[in-house]
Design a protein around this ligand. Structure first.
Ligand code: FAD
Ligand code: UDP
Length: 380
């Protein structure tokens, strides 16, 4: 590697790409991005399916939503966004319901016509029958929020498939990501800004990295390059933190996903972009149908669907969701202490910080890391 880069970014996902852009643009420094995969964009990558012309999110549907104005303004520099607002449906015993659980889900499931206030009282009675004082696991937490019948129908099977772990052995906080509403609001997110890049994530990333001070090396593993790094290079590392330290404190637990993609000669397969499968007799957790993310595009007579399966990650698998058991937290704390000693390395992103981050959170975290870096740069 030549010595013209004082900054090397490992990983071309949102965290690394945003850091690279701001270093190039605001510090005026040349940046080299090394990316192990054959494409930029990290897990938010999308490209066009050659047979149908439909944009496919290769790592599952990625919905952009945020209430952070600085993040929204930043991404809008690189693509306009459409006005798609996400809704999710879930299939249970041959019926389709709206998710997250809301007044329509409750009335459809119990065959009732309750008003918002009546539904609140009705669910409160079910909660009172099954709830424990201090919920200590996902099952107890879910029952304390929605009562046992709704938990059994919509949460237990899906969660067991998603985590391959009995919900009574999972931490309670996973389920608090999912709101429960007593109104007819069935939007999945409640953020101020939401939409999909009109030109696609692939183009958004190409523009984000299109800067004279940025060079990108694809298909390149950082660890192959590391011995050649000139002294004084600052590294922004967004790969797995345990790999950086050669797993010396142990391996962090991850879940991985398998995706099965299929192009079909039909106009519309399921009528929505995501259909969850709540029952355990179906092995996949959900089916994505990408054309619904872009109603402004015309793809008559064809569609692409993707079935998603979840399992524990082995050595060679892509890590997607941190499992975050207590043992994982302890291992991570050890790595964090080692990371604090690496003065020339910034650890970031979901793999580098062992945290589930949505895209807007990864961007906001990169903004923070950049501000600290810029401060250091300015003070020489
Ligand atoms: P990544 O995108 O994972 O990028 C890290 C990059 O580093 C990867 O490309 C990897 O190949 C590279 N790398 C790792 N090690 C090395 C190495 N040694 N050398 C070179 N390169 C290396 N967020 C949302 O906001 N909305 C959604 O709807 C949403 N849906 C999601 C669905 C799924 C199934 C998953 C798994 C995530 C979803 N996310 C969603 C989260 C989103 O993917 C992350 O916020 C985003 O990917 C974080 O970016 P990152 O840069 O931290 O990591
Ligand atoms: N969940 C569920 N049923 C659903 C959707 C979600 O039981 O139909 C649970 C499941 O445990 C999941 C959690 O709620 O891990 C958080 O849901 P989210 O949609 O955030 O899951 P993700 O997209 O992260 O898989």
């Amino acid at each position: 590697m030549d010595g013209s880069f004082r900054y090397v970014v490992v990983g071309a996902g949102f965290f690394g790409a945003v850091m690279a852009r701001r270093i190039a643009e605001e510090l005026g420094e040349p940046v080299l991005i090394v990316e192990r995969r054959s494409h930029i964009g990290g897990n938010s990558h999308s490209d066009i399916d050659s047979a149908t012309g439909i944009e496919v999110h290769r790592y599952g549907t990625h919905l952009f939503h945020t209430s952070n104005k600085a993040v929204w303004t930043f991404v809008n520099r690189f693509s306009d966004f459409n006005n798609y607002r996400h809704r999710v449906f879930t299939r249970h015993r041959g019926q389709v319901y709206t998710m997250p659980i809301n007044l329509q889900t409750i009335n459809a499931f119990f065959g009732t016509d309750l008003s918002p206030g009546e539904a609140r009282d009705f669910i409160a009675r079910q909660v009172a029958e099954g709830a424990v004082a201090t919920p200590a696991n996902l099952e107890e937490k879910a029952v304390s929020l929605i009562g046992r019948p709704l938990y059994e129908a919509f949460i237990r099977g899906y969660t067991a498939k998603q985590w391959e772990t009995d919900p009574s052995h999972l931490p309670p906080d996973i389920i608090t990501r999912l709101p429960v509403r007593f109104s007819r609001n069935d939007f999945y997110f409640g953020d101020l800004y939401e939409g999909l890049p009109l030109d696609g994530y692939g183009t958004l990333f190409a523009r984000l990295l299109d800067h004279p001070h940025i060079a990108v090396k694809l298909g390149c593993d950082f660890f192959a390059l590391r011995p050649e790094l000139p002294a004084g290079t600052t590294v922004i590392y967004t790969g797995p933190i345990d790999r950086y330290f050669d797993y010396r404190c142990g391996r962090l637990g991850w879940r991985t996903l398998d995706f099965e993609t299929e192009a079909l000669p039909v106009d519309d397969y399921q009528g929505a972009s995501v259909m969850n499968y709540a029952d355990t007799d179906v092995r996949y957790t959900r089916i994505h149908e990408f054309k619904h993310l872009h109603p402004e595009r015309d793809h008559e007579g064809r569609t692409v669907i993707m079935r998603e399966y979840s399992r524990f990650a082995g050595g060679g698998d892509e890590p997607y969701y941190p499992i975050n058991t207590l043992a994982d937290r302890r291992i991570y704390d050890d790595y964090r202490a080692l990371a604090d000693g690496e003065k020339q390395v910034i650890f970031g992103g979901r793999l580098g910080s062992y945290r589930y981050l949505d895209m807007h959170q990864a961007i906001a975290a990169a903004f923070k890391a950049f501000e600290r870096l810029a401060e250091r740069h300015r003070s020489g």
